[in-house]
Ligand binder design. Structure first.
Ligand SMILES: Nc1ncnc2c1ncn2[C@@H]1O[C@H](COP(=O)(O)OP(=O)(O)O)[C@@H](O)[C@H]1O
Ligand SMILES: [Mg+2]
Length: 256
């Protein structure tokens, strides 16, 4: 059921069509199509090695050495697939990678302020006001604002990585497995925050192995298996789809 084109809408934030990726000669992503509408939370679920990080990196123009992609990436109606990553960031595309790269010896607050550096340098008035919004979304970061980032727990580091990305006031926030390595209680907390991000108006593309958490928070979802989309639809539909229930939600038939 994979299509290479997606239904276009005037309100698209992101429209990806015929996007494929290779590492050397090895294909990691078949030509696929996805779209993210304004204010939407869209998820791509898939197991380990399905190609989720490859997809986000290809959209961002940030594939590691040896990786290359082909196809159309339209952001806010403009073809960006040939743009440098800095230009994409400058126009409001943001990726929080799997490894939450923070400045460990700097405070939580300084890490956040660095996230707003581009706006500061561009002379955007009120760039610092975002800090209070971030603290309202993540009270834990406010409590720990003077603490060295390197001493935070895994969940707090994930919050800081998301908060730092938000400081740049992106229009498209791409999250690579925010649940990775976190205890279930912390995963719930992170996903509650992701749900609350709706109120900021940012569109979110979330890739996850944790299908349950991702489908609860998303409007629409895609299922990625070995680099190809095998299923897509409303998140509520996918959450009840037999194939998803069996393969991703751990409620499959019990062995006798
Ligand atoms: N830098 C790389 N070089 C070569 N192969 C890679 C590289 N990164 C990922 N791959 C391969 O591409 C496929 C998809 O990987 P990835 O996008 O990381 O999957 P996921 O994020 O869903 O776990 C895997 O088969 C993986 O081994
Ligand atoms: Mg990955």
């Amino acid at each position: 059921m994979t299509r290479e084109t997606a239904t276009t809408g005037a309100s698209d934030i992101l429209l990806v069509e015929g996007l494929s990726a290779h590492y050397g000669k090895v294909a990691a992503l078949a030509p696929i199509a996805i779209r993210v509408g304004r204010g939407q939370i869209v998820t791509v679920i898939g197991g380990n090695g399905a190609g989720k990080s490859t997809l986000l990196n290809a959209i961002m123009g940030a594939l590691p050495m040896g990786g290359h992609s082909q196809g159309s990436v339209r952001y806010l109606g403009r073809a960006v697939q040939d743009w440098e990553i800095e230009r994409r960031v400058g126009q409001g595309m943001s990726l929080v990678p799997e490894r939450r790269e923070l400045f460990g010896s700097m405070s939580v607050e300084d890490n956040l302020l660095l996230g707003g550096f581009r706006l500061y340098r561009a002379g955007v008035a009120g760039w610092r006001d975002m800090l209070n919004e971030i603290y309202a979304l993540f009270p834990r970061l406010h409590e720990r604002r003077s603490q060295q980032a390197g001493t935070l727990s895994g969940g707090e580091r994930q919050m800081l990585a998301v908060g730092r990305a938000l400081m740049a006031q992106p229009q498209l926030l791409m999250l690579d497995e925010p649940s990775l390595g976190l205890a279930p209680r912390i995963v719930r907390e992170i996903f509650q925050i992701i749900a609350r991000l709706r109120s900021t108006g940012v569109a979110i593309l979330l890739v996850e192995q944790n299908a349950r958490a991702a489908l609860q928070v998303a409007d629409y979802g895609y299922v990625l298996e070995t680099g190809d989309l095998v299923l897509e639809g409303e998140a509520s539909m996918l959450a009840g789809h037999p194939r998803i229930v069996e393969s991703y939600l751990g409620l499959g038939k019990k062995k006798d």
